[in-house]
Design a protein around this ligand. Structure first.
Ligand code: HEM
Ligand code: HEM
Length: 209
């Protein structure tokens, strides 16, 4: 659906405010939670960062249903076969270009959100003393699967940026990516929701801390 021929591509607004604010909240909070997980004295920071991760994932999943054009799951979930076809195109001179997430990236988004959710969910269950040692073990296992997926994510972002000759990190910061004019989202898309997101994160953390 969002597949474009590599013609008429100009910089357009693709990632709305909510996608960008939630992404960097997720990235910073997840890495902080991971980095502070081994230390008893940093437990408060660990739990707070982990709760921010949990709140960010829940919000992003909801946004996947009601968000702007390229933020919706329906815009970037393709069949696994399509993902393989896309990956094969990367070895050619003119890899298929997608304005939003590419078909392989779409599955990575699902994997990242699911693993972050499972990690933070088991962490919270653990903290609320629901579940016992099995949940504690699961929390550790999910955290390590999630960090492995993040490493893959970073390698894929770098590889994709290189192969498409298009830096993908900048659009996650400043919204603009190559695409066709007709696919552009409106100025200010997702801005009100991004402000609600900030309030939601704060309320969620205060509630469960
Ligand atoms: C600090 C290092 C990170 C960088 C530079 C980074 C970069 C990016 C970039 C460039 C994209 C857009 C990919 C595309 O164009 O299709 C993206 C998307 C995404 N990343 Fe990261 N990322 C980082 C850390 C993380 C972490 C730690 C997580 C999760 C635990 C994560 C989860 C996601 C998700 C869920 C998306 C999809 C965004 C959306 O549609 O809302 N990222 N990231
Ligand atoms: C999504 C981000 C999170 C990551 C990456 C993460 C990662 C980890 C890891 C790797 C451990 C094991 C440390 C060890 O070897 O002893 C751990 C322990 C723990 N985590 Fe998390 N965690 C996250 C979220 C949370 C949340 C949301 C909470 C609670 C609100 C939480 C509460 C705990 C507690 C209480 C422990 C200690 C378990 C124990 O060994 O008794 N975590 N976390």
């Amino acid at each position: 659906m969002e597949h474009t021929q590599n013609i008429d591509l100009t910089p357009i607004r693709v990632w709305d405010w909510t996608v960008r604010v939630s992404h960097w909240t997720l990235a910073v909070s997840f890495i902080t939670a991971y980095a502070t997980s081994e230390s008893e004295s940093l437990r408060l920071i660990h739990n707070t960062a982990g709760l921010m991760t949990l709140a960010a994932v829940i919000y992003r999943v909801a946004w996947g249903f009601v968000g702007s054009r390229h933020a919706r799951f329906s815009a970037f979930l393709y069949s696994p076969v399509r993902a393989v076809v896309y990956l094969k195109s990367l070895t050619t001179q003119a890899p298929d270009h997608f304005t939003g997430h590419n078909p392989a990236g779409g599955w990575a988004v699902i994997g990242l959100l699911a693993l972050a959710l499972l990690t933070a969910g088991t962490g919270l269950a653990n903290d609320l003393e629901l579940g016992g040692s099995l949940v504690e073990k699961a929390h550790d296992v999910f955290a390590n699967l999630a960090i492995a997926m993040v490493a893959l994510h970073l390698v894929a972002v770098a590889a994709s940026s290189f192969l498409h000759k298009e830096n993908l990190v900048k659009p996650m910061l400043w919204a603009r990516k190559m695409g066709q004019k007709a696919e552009e989202i409106p100025a200010g898309a997702g801005l009100v929701s991004a402000l609600v997101f900030v309030v939601w994160i704060a309320a969620f953390v205060m509630w469960l801390r």
